[in-house]
Ligand binder design. Sequence first.
Ligand code: TYD
Ligand code: MG
Length: 452
Amino acid sequence: MGKCPDCGAWNTLEEVVDVPQSPAQQRRQSIMAASPASNSHHPHTPIVLPHIKPLVQERISVGYPEMDRVLGGGLVAGSLILVGGEPGIGKSTLLLQISGEIAKNVGPVLYVSGEESIEQIKMRAERLDIVGEQLYLLAAIELDLIVESVNRVKPAMVIVDSIQTVLASHLTAAPGSISQVRECTLQLMQLAKTSQIPILVIGHVTKEGTVAGPKALEHIVDAVLYLEGERYHSYRLLRGVKNRFGATHEIGVFEMHGEGLIEVTNPSAVFLSDRMSNASGSAVVVSMEGTRPLLVEVQALVTPSNFGNPRSTTNGIDHNRLVMLMAVLTKRVGLAVGGHDVYANVVGGFNIEEPSIDLGVAAAIASSYREKLIPADMALIGEVGLSGELRAVSRLSLRVREAAKLGFKRCLIPSAGQGNKLHHEIAETYPEEDFRVITASTLAVALEIALH
Ligand code: TYD
Ligand code: MG
């Protein structure tokens, strides 16, 4: 229309496109409207950097230093944290335990479960010795109900157990489907951000890695922690794989007991405690897990192959890495391990991806192959290259000092990088014969020293 039928002016009409809102958007906006906003401005207006109020990064301790460290120093207000792991590994147990601590020390906690009845949770809480004056339980799956309860209870922390059971009722898909899980996570994110309440969400991962599993949510949430371990071993590792408020790759170590998860504050000592010092094929390596060095035992067993078709299997280390180390041992060191079955294993159900354990793994294989012991008081650190050279690793000094602290007397390290410098430093700090650092430039030389 050229002429406005209302005021009679010409060419004054403007086109306005009316975008219909999806039900999901409407819902998220209603959540935002219902909760007090942290920044008072309109949420969709861009703001210049100096005018943005800094996040109050006050951290709440969850009562377990092992978990606080993985979180980067405690829970941040308004963060959404995904705790993933295989069914039965102990996710509900861990989060119920921290709920008990927060309820005791900080304020009310809302624990929402779509998997168990509140009576079942109470039974577990009793076993875990949780009094829970301030611990609110809710058995629900509808997201609207959860949001309503959060607004009513105004808790210091919310647990949602598990994301696979939550249901946004405006979607027709079944709980646990990818669209439900994503939508519910997005809404919980909004809720956390607007209410400034930290929300921890449990997500089950199956061995096959389900479609609707936590993997699909990692990019939405602020932090992702995985609880892992062998189901039939009692150790559980809480591993940070993403953290917008701290460093990743920190681990916390727990042990599952009859009365719940107990922190293991000195894991190296525990993992090395049932080590047989007089067996061939055993080496102690120092792996860095986040900021913490961890001493673990790797074992290898080399046996002549019976079927002319040699096998190699690994537990806790990358199989391709093992095959590469076997090739280097064959070609650069002259150990014909090729015609043998080789088994390599990290003790304690650990998974180590770091190349710094190469030297230890190679030495364990050589030790088993040649039936010679690696000294029980020696720790081995170093990456092995394809030319058979020993390569520098990060945080060498920290690793070596941890070995010394645990009573090891010798540390075999690469001379490359900081190796030689460290060799002199250590010689000055420890009296002769008390603790020694031995450097080597190649795998062949290192094996001469370790297995002489
Ligand atoms: P759970 O926390 O239910 O696992 P998830 O939530 O990850 O599926 O843990 C279940 C296992 O933990 C179960 O097999 C029993 C064991 N458990 C203990 O050994 N001790 C305990 O005190 C508790 C509560 C559980
Ligand atoms: Mg559970």
